[in-house]
Design a protein around this ligand. Structure first.
Ligand code: GLA
Length: 344
């Protein structure tokens, strides 16, 4: 187990820190307090070769530029809120509009763009960092002071734990998530189309052209969204000109359960994602078009990575039929995601 901390820059008078973790079995993760971000994750392939399997940047400054939420913590509300508004307790709240008329990933300055307090944490089996952020009443339009905590822990079972807690002093909406872009082939492959994906979801929430759910619930059976049995991401991608960017309704809800499994056949790398969340957004990197240059100056092309974002459903504040995202004073928002790495 190893944990090293260093200051790499200053942002609004505060030190930007990189935290390098190692789990004693060669897995390495780099975290940063800006955006409570996962910068890189090195895991072995079946021959033991270590490679970074996430998209991101080498330097802090690049995270301030054109950055599609690489490795970030997203909040207060991951995904979209239609019309950037909701009514809660009889009062209308108007949120920041940062995607046409809608609100995406917490607004103009979401949790991915703020400095979090960071404290290293470790025990005999794991090493990590606990991040805290107090989002003030009115932040991006949301009511209530929201006190948030995100803890990343890398353990000796080759698992990365992402644990979320939040409390508020006024009723509000909360939906926190993690936004890493994965390519399990490391630098070997330019796209993720041959990765085999399985998602434990029989249903999804259909959405309009701006990706706001219509409110319906449909079966994945017979559609390109059917990943109940593992199959290559690219197999039916052509049927979806805009690519995958869908919220799947996970079959098992409430308790920590396997939500998705991804196998990269050439390297043998496997990732399993377990979550307590009811939904999973599968995004196939459709908006990446090569203009962003990531680590090592490599352009990040279309489908060069995928995101699996455990979360509540998009636009829940305006969809009373969806699981609620309301948090009230005295309640504790809790969410846990575990990503386990192995090889075959
Ligand atoms: C999520 C969304 C996508 C896109 C990315 C960030 O995955 O669902 O539509 O906004 O974030 O580019």
């Amino acid at each position: 187990m190893k944990l090293e901390e260093r200051t790499v820059a200053e942002y609004h008078g505060r030190p930007v820190k990189f935290f390098d973790l190692e789990n004693g079995r060669r897995l390495r993760a780099r975290l940063m307090n800006y955006g409570a971000t996962l910068i890189s994750l090195h895991i072995p392939d079946r021959t033991g070769r270590l490679e970074d399997i996430t998209l991101g940047f080498d330097n802090f400054e690049d995270y301030l530029g054109n950055n599609p939420y690489f490795g970030a913590t997203v909040g207060r509300y991951a995904n979209r809120i239609g019309g950037a508004r909701f009514v809660l307790g009889g009062q209308e709240y108007v949120l920041a509009r940062n995607e046409g008329p809608n609100h995406l990933h917490g607004g103009l300055k979401g949790f991915d763009k703020v400095m979090w307090e960071a404290v290293p944490v470790s025990d005999s089996r794991s090493v990590g960092v606990r991040f805290n952020y107090l989002s003030p009443d009115g932040d991006e339009g949301y009511p209530g002071n929201l006190d948030c905590q995100v803890t990343y822990l890398l353990n000796e079972n080759d698992e990365l734990h992402l644990a979320y807690l939040a409390t508020t002093d006024r009723p509000t909406h909360v939906n926190l998530s993690h936004h890493s872009y994965f390519n399990l082939a490391g630098s070997r492959k330019e796209n993720i189309l041959e990765h085999e994906l399985q998602i434990m979801a029989s249903r999804f929430t259909p959405a309009d052209e701006r990706l706001i759910p219509t409110g319906e619930i449909k079966e994945v059976a017979g559609t390109p969204l059917d990943f109940l049995k593992p199959r290559p991401i690219g197999q039916r991608l052509k049927e979806l000109p805009a690519g995958y960017d869908h919220n799947f309704i996970l079959d098992s809800r409430g308790e920590l359960a396997l939500a998705a499994r991804v196998v990269e056949p050439e390297s043998g790398r496997v990732m399993e994602l377990y979550t307590t969340e009811p939904g999973l957004q599968f995004y196939s990197g459709n908006f990446l078009d090569g203009t962003i240059r990531g680590k090592g100056g490599r352009p990040c092309g279309r489908h060069s990575a995928f995101c699996l974002e455990p979360q509540h459903f998009p636009d829940s504040p305006n969809k009373p039929q969806f699981p609620s995202t309301v948090l009230k004073p005295g309640e504790i928002y809790k969410s846990l995601t575990v990503i386990k790495f192995l090889t075959v």
